[in-house]
Design a protein around this ligand. Sequence first.
Ligand code: TPP
Ligand code: SF4
Ligand code: MG
Length: 290
Amino acid sequence: MSTAETTFKPGTYKTDLKPVWCPGCGDFGVLNALYRAFAKMQLEPWNTVVLSGIGCSSRLPGYVATYGFNSVHGRALTLATGVKVARPELTVVAVGGDGDGMAIGGNHFMHACRRNLDVTYILMDNEIYGLTKGQTAPTTPTGDKTKSSYWGNPEPAVDPVELAIATGATFVARGFSGDMKTLTEIIQRAIEHHGFAFVNVLSPCVTWRGESQYGILKEKLQKLPEDHDPTDRAAAMRYTREKDVVTEGVLYEVQEPSFVDRLAHIRMMAQAEGPKPTTRDILKTFMPSF
Ligand SMILES: Cc1ncc(C[n+]2csc(CCOP(=O)(O)OP(=O)(O)O)c2C)c(N)n1
Ligand code: SF4
Ligand SMILES: [Mg+2]
């Protein structure tokens, strides 16, 4: 939290870099929702880290005045794991695109969910590889024509929300970059959640998915019914693979020990056992003759 004299405003988190996204790109909405959520929570910039892979969306850390890193394609969650394990007291937010998180980074995504890594992961899902000029991504709907599927995408699409629930994430939400009020609330709840918090944000790419993508999504958007029970896994699953509608809100949330909690417990048990093994002791367990 801030000190009594400091009040962080959304603008506090802006850097001098001007986003190079195309005018109308959905990622502007995500960036603004993130600034607002940080300000609502009064997150100290020096205790907050925003990490990403590579893609248009992955440029986001450059526009946020916290610690951050725009890293290697598909590796946002590997960095987040390292940062959180080394400095559990920091607020860690990983961000990136659907290609970054579901294709090359799909493996890391699955294991971050399973481990219940205590970080927030915001996926800016535009259903395309934006930066590399419009190739089919894992979330591109079947049949859609792209730069790499001229006759239509032959593959079934993945729903990141479904994958997150199936592989063990303890907080799973869907947002829309065009509904900043709800998205801000969702991001705040995700950061407050103890454990792996996944937010799939539908974030239109006006350049490679066409200007109609925003209107189509807006038309399909519906709020989660108020009586939805977020601890009910089967109920949450009913909002995955939606076609005619898109439901926004926190679909799933349960409390479980996080990866950091489990590591701390192991460390405590190891310390209680007595003096630490030396490097030689450890090598001996592999090579008794050492
Ligand atoms: C190891 C590696 N493979 C491929 C690439 C090329 N590449 C850069 S960004 C990208 C996909 C971007 O799509 P997405 O992650 O959805 O982000 P968007 O640009 O749509 O926001 C690819 C394939 C790369 N930079 N590094
Ligand atoms: S190419 Fe698409 S995703 Fe990339 S900045 Fe432009 S609109 Fe956004
Ligand atoms: Mg993309």
